[in-house]
Design a binder for this molecule. Sequence first.
Ligand SMILES: *Cc1c(COP(=O)(O)O)cnc(C)c1O
Length: 495
Amino acid sequence: MEVLYKSTRGNGDTVTASQAILKGLSSDGGLFVPDSIPKLEVSLEDLSKMTYQEVAYEVMKLFLSDFTEDELKHCINSAYDSKFDTEEIAPIVKAEGAYYLELFHGSTIAFKDMALSILPHLLTTAAKKNQVKNEIVILTATSGDTGKAAMAGFADVPGTRIIVFYPKNGVSPIQEKQMVTQKGSNTYVVGITGNFDDAQTAVKNIFNDKEMAAELNEAGFQFSSANSINIGRLVPQIVYYVYAYVTLLKNGEIQAGEQINVDVPTGNFGNILAAFYAKCMGLPIAKLICASNDNKVLYDFFTTGTYDRKRDFILTSSPSMDILISSNLERLIYRLAGEDGAKNREFMKELTGEGSYTISEDMKKELADFYGNYATEAEVAATISKIYSDTGYVIDTHTGVAATVYNKYKQDTNDTTKTVIASTASPFKFTRNVMNAIDAEKYASWSDFELVDELSKIANVTVPNAIEEIRSAKVLHDLVVDAKDMPATVKKLLK
Ligand SMILES: *Cc1c(COP(=O)(O)O)cnc(C)c1O
């Protein structure tokens, strides 16, 4: 069955999967969603005998129905190769009564690699299929991890350029160093004086600017997005939830058909939405646990039905979740609104205009699959420290948010369903905060790289390549601009 894509703010008009990937965002400002969510065609039993790449094909072919078998397999095999430091691609570690699905074994050691290592291949394949002659310009706002992972994926890919904007004071030192040392003649990195939401809003405005699009078309360019609003990011993320389930099945941790919970440290709501889509495909998932940090706008939404972005933006030790406008939530709202583009458009207008919207009681009832909670900075540190001292396993700060919320969930519900926690970053990416959590006093005066070596020792894990690389790398990007100057900066960089 062919799956087509429609806009969350549209009237039901559809485009093909490859067109949706090329455009990123619909021209009416909405996000593309599949017109129906396909069911898994292969049994979980059979999937449990497959490699990651084979599972990826079985899942992705259902969503990307205008890609040929050869095209899709080529994309998958080019993405999930030796760039990952384990053949399993997404291994599972059991610790303290939960299953940690490690999504950080790719080239930039955060889960963004799971999708961004394949997106460039999907995008260039989609361009060929649609006879696109323009050079594709990827514009991305990043809260720290997307930018680096996108650049790693797109660097020196013919026919593409990539411009990344990040909040100058809102990312970890290692995240910043990873970005500003990025090589590749088609990569541009720009710091902005503002926060992630400022950067994301400005990028969305550039995408919606028809005049600018015409001007760039004239010059032989067209924009696309590597942000998690692109369906080409979302679909590859569904794969690892299926893979996690069948891995547990293969290892005898669960019985066929047994339900599991999935717990996801959430920012832009992309990763947890992928888990929700996996559930809609028929994967036996019971609860979707949505874990937030102090920017707990989603927790408040799940408890009250009101999404309210009018609050202070808090910088935390889990910067990739420091977000007040969770873009992908729009896809869920659209679904709850009965796939009514006009109704969803109203909510989004209220969000932009008044800063909040409230869903109806009926819509709220449909959120029963979700559980939201949040973790404070002190709780995250205590969780990291406790898991380390109990088991020797070291998790990063984002995963620490999810682990804390998992404990709260168990206390709240007494639910004993086996739970997979999405482990979204390597602790080496957030070494200072992780080591502070373990012993703040001892490590206060240590340098970043002294901490890296110490972490390697105490966790008994070799320092990942991504970190070794930046020890001595040269800074190649040092441009910083105001968020309001982003459109002009884009034109200047593209000349
Ligand atoms: C991006 C990111 C998140 C949040 O994921 P969303 O899909 O935006 O909800 C969580 N943890 C890490 C390490 C990330 O990089």
